[in-house]
Design a protein around this ligand. Structure first.
Ligand code: 13P
Ligand code: 13P
Ligand code: MG
Ligand code: MG
Length: 369
């Protein structure tokens, strides 16, 4: 059976600044999706990471379906209306346009979708991060699908041994390139090591795999809010879907990269680097300096398009050390205050409110003799 998994997220308002999505908003989104259960939607779930509301939907409409995107848009609009009533902060933050014309892309929400032939057992992990950007998935995706020090299966499972194919998007020049690992591992890293510019959009199996080569095994949202809004309104706060097991990395291999809280851009005003802290949903509430950036992992088994779960995968003492390390790195980074490399590069400040400050100083510069 072909089934499409659509994960669509938006910040429609935060309870106490950019802190968290209040329950009421999740409930209203749930009620909207419930109206379509058994009609357009096979199943769904609603969650959040920080101030980002996440809709997880299964259906048979394929990717980029105007009907499915329409449902998401309706849920976000209703939640945003309640957020406005409650005076929540940044109510409707990521809903940049009023008119919906068949697709939420370009309107503010982040989208990760894949149409797959469901396997007899189909474990999937849905990741969502707050206070960061799409490129934050580059390091973990590389480790999951290309690093044998992370994924033992690349060495010892013959079904993984031939590697994977990565679709990389150039977020500035709007172009893409496909690259295969292990053959092109170094070239791939040359690009994705700059996560502000290049982001992994999808990962595919190689020909001969049990999964057809044109069917994604991972997909990430790559929307850039700054570009869509033309000004700083918030950070992109990406989502991603990763399939696991049986010819793919095991669930534990999919989670393993997050045991290292790597540095990502997007903390405080979208202008600072900080460690990505893996947390259970109950702790997906950034506080300190509006962070540090958080990531959650929701595990499901898909069956007949139904979502069995979620399992809150980072709600586990095995990730305590990663959280402690993230706190230590946060202390260290914070002590740089307004200095790079805690603050993002001068070039990347272009995507924040900094240009307004710099404009004011422009007339004060004198040429050097
Ligand atoms: P599979 O059952 O998918 O082969 O999983 C292998 C495993 O041992 C996971 O750690
Ligand atoms: P969000 O992108 O999560 O809304 O956060 C914006 C911000 O400026 C936090 O400091
Ligand atoms: Mg916000
Ligand atoms: Mg957010």
């Amino acid at each position: 059976m072909k089934v499409t998994l659509s994960v669509i997220k938006a910040d429609v308002g935060g309870l106490v600044g950019h802190h968290v999505v209040p329950e009421e908003l999740e409930e209203i989104a749930w009620d909207v999706l419930e109206e379509y259960r058994g009609e357009l939607l096979i199943d769904f779930d609603v969650s959040h990471v920080g101030d980002d509301l996440i809709l997880i939907m299964t259906h048979e409409e394929g990717v980029d379906s105007p009907d499915i995107h329409g449902i998401a848009w309706e849920a976000f609009q209703e939640a945003a209306a309640l957020a406005r009533e409650m005076g929540l902060y940044g109510a409707g933050q990521d809903l940049l346009k009023d008119a919906f014309s068949g697709n939420v892309r370009g309107l503010g929400p982040g989208v990760a979708e894949m149409e797959i032939e469901e396997r007899p057992s189909e474990p999937v992990v849905i990741f969502a991060a707050d206070k960061t950007e799409a490129g934050a998935w580059n390091l973990p995706l590389f480790k999951i699908f290309a690093d044998p020090f992370n994924t033992a299966g690349l060495i010892i499972d013959p079904k993984l041994h031939s590697g994977f194919r990565f679709e990389v998007w150039d977020l500035i020049e709007h172009r893409r390139v496909f690259m295969s690992t292990p053959e092109e591992m170094y070239d791939l890293l040359a690009l994705i090591g700059s996560p502000g510019r290049f982001a992994i959009k999808r990962v595919f199996p190689k020909p001969g795999h049990v999964i057809p080569e044109d069917e994604p095994v991972a997909v990430a949202s790559t929307e850039r809010l700054y570009e869509e809004a033309g000004r700083y309104v918030g950070k992109d706060d990406p989502v991603m879907i990763v399939r696991a097991q049986h010819g793919l990395p095991a669930v534990g291999e999919v989670l393993e990269p997050f045991a290292f809280p790597h540095l990502v851009a997007g903390w405080m005003r979208g202008s600072h680097w900080g460690p990505l802290m893996p947390v259970g949903v109950k702790d997906a509430k950034p506080t300190r300096f509006d962070g540090p950036p958080r990531v959650i992992a929701l595990g499901y088994q898909l069956k007949g398009g139904h979502l069995i779960g979620p399992e809150d995968m980072f709600d586990d003492p095995a990730f305590d050390r990663a959280r402690a390390m993230a706190n230590e790195i946060a202390d260290y980074m914070r002590r740089h205050g307004p200095f790079e490399p805690h603050r993002v590069s001068f070039h990347d400040l272009e995507y924040t409110t900094m240009p307004e400050v710099l404009k004011k100083l422009e007339g004060r510069f004198e040429p050097l003799q």
